[in-house]
Design a protein around this ligand. Structure first.
Ligand SMILES: [Zn+2]
Length: 409
């Protein structure tokens, strides 16, 4: 077990300044004696999710893409205090730095107290598969509310977004700090991967559909590692809306009850049915009120069981280890069971509004495992899918795409 000092960050802020001055004074002496203290690095850097970062192609024709570093954890392993002064993110292409961004001392000081408070309120624990607190710091991990880290204390950096030009292949993270032995710089190189799906996917719906939510950086999907590249598909009518009359029943939505098909060959490895539809937005209810109501409901669902968020669902394992997920299906509509082998285009169920859903839609994603909370989401490109101008879409889908699919007989 690690031992922790009492929570004294608040009163240690002035001390931090003294510490800085002290550090500057001894810097010369330290430099003079060279690397007197060549012991193991005092700061440990960890990222969540572990492994590479997958890029989303925002504009493949111009070689533009973007990445999200979901969570970075910095922990002081030394017994002496360490003051973190900044974090630098460098994007590298074949070893050449193409872009640098920095989080400065002020910004760290500003965010640290709120992250510490979030930990105390249990937010990180509740959404552990989103923020990765336990993988980063372990069960007993404790955040610091200031830049000065006593032994065992950590800082967390969330949702760092980078827009890339060209074929960036590494994100380098460098954390600058000062210990009483002098400056400490700890670096970590994270591979950036422009992912090619192992399986071939066809769009899991037939006819014309609107990609209400894609993996764009402004979508809620993107900030959660498992749903990072997910899409939500709805159907829009000639009236320009998703429903025919007043949207007060699920049956009024054009998408509701539409058949959902397997996107690729595989075996059903998980399935759930029996969850009824989520409540809909009231006619006179404002979007803000509806959203507040649904956010509270989402918190309740997560507290009860985070797995309820997808409602009724099917997960298919494909050759190569990828898994496709079909969420929010209609109660009682599932036509497959665990163990069934399916072919592309075989019906799995129907679109519903179960789980954490604002309106009837299909949530579709591809992951690198069967665990809906912890498996990593990866980008997908659908075969033979036409766009609004009827040309074939050869890129990853984005929010606002109209797509047309007629591969299912
Ligand atoms: Zn979704």
């Amino acid at each position: 077990m690690q031992s922790f000092r009492p929570n004294n960050e608040m009163k240690s802020l002035p001390r931090a300044l003294n510490f800085w001055l002290f550090a500057l004074v001894i810097l010369g002496a330290w430099a003079a004696i060279g690397s007197a203290d060549a012991s193991e690095p005092a700061l440990e850097l960890r990222v969540f999710p572990d492994g590479p970062i997958y890029a989303y192609q925002s504009d493949p024709a111009r070689q533009r893409s973007n990445i999200v570093l979901h969570s970075l954890g910095v922990t002081n392993l030394a017994s002496d205090e360490i003051e973190v002064s900044g974090v630098t993110f460098s994007l590298l292409e074949e070893g050449v730095v193409t872009q640098i961004t920095t989080i400065g001392a002020d910004e760290i000081s500003q965010h640290a107290p709120s992250y510490r408070m979030a930990q105390q309120m249990g937010t990180f624990q509740r959404f552990d598969s989103v923020f990765g607190f336990t993988p980063l710091f372990g069960e007993g991990g404790r955040l610091s509310s200031a830049r000065v880290l006593s032994e065992g204390r950590s800082l967390i950096f969330l949702s760092q977004y980078f827009s890339l030009n060209g074929n960036v292949d590494v994100l380098r993270v460098e954390v600058m700090a000062i210990s009483q032995n002098g400056p400490v710089t700890t670096a970590l190189d994270i591979p950036v991967v422009h992912y090619d799906p192992a399986a071939q996917y066809t769009f899991p719906l037939n006819g014309s559909w609107f990609v209400n939510v894609g993996p764009n950086h402004f979508s809620h999907h993107r900030w959660s590692q498992n749903s990072e590249f997910a899409i939500d598909a709805i159907r829009v009518g000639r009236n320009g809306r998703a429903f025919a009359s007043d949207g007060q029943s699920v049956e009024d939505f054009y998408a509701f009850g539409a058949p959902v098909y397997a996107a690729a060959e595989g075996v059903v490895v998980a399935a759930m049915d029996g969850i009824g539809p989520a409540p809909l937005k009231g006619v006179d209810e404002s979007f803000d009120d509806f959203f507040a109501r649904m956010s509270a409901r989402q918190s309740d669902l997560f507290a009860e069981d985070p797995l309820l968020a997808a409602g009724n669902f099917v997960i298919i394992e494909h050759e190569g280890g990828e898994h496709s997920v079909y969420g929010h299906l209609r109660q009682g509509s599932l036509q497959v069971a665990v163990g069934d082998r399916v072919l592309p285009g075989m019906q799995l169920g129907e679109i519903g509004n179960s789980g954490n859903s604002l309106e009837p839609h299909l949530h579709f994603q591809v992951m690198l495992g069967a665990d809906r909370m912890w498996s990593r989401g990866v980008p997908v490109i659908f075969q033979g899918l036409a766009g609004r101008d009827s040309d074939v879409i050869t890129r990853q889908l984005r929010s606002g795409d109209f797509v047309f699919s007629n591969h299912v007989e």
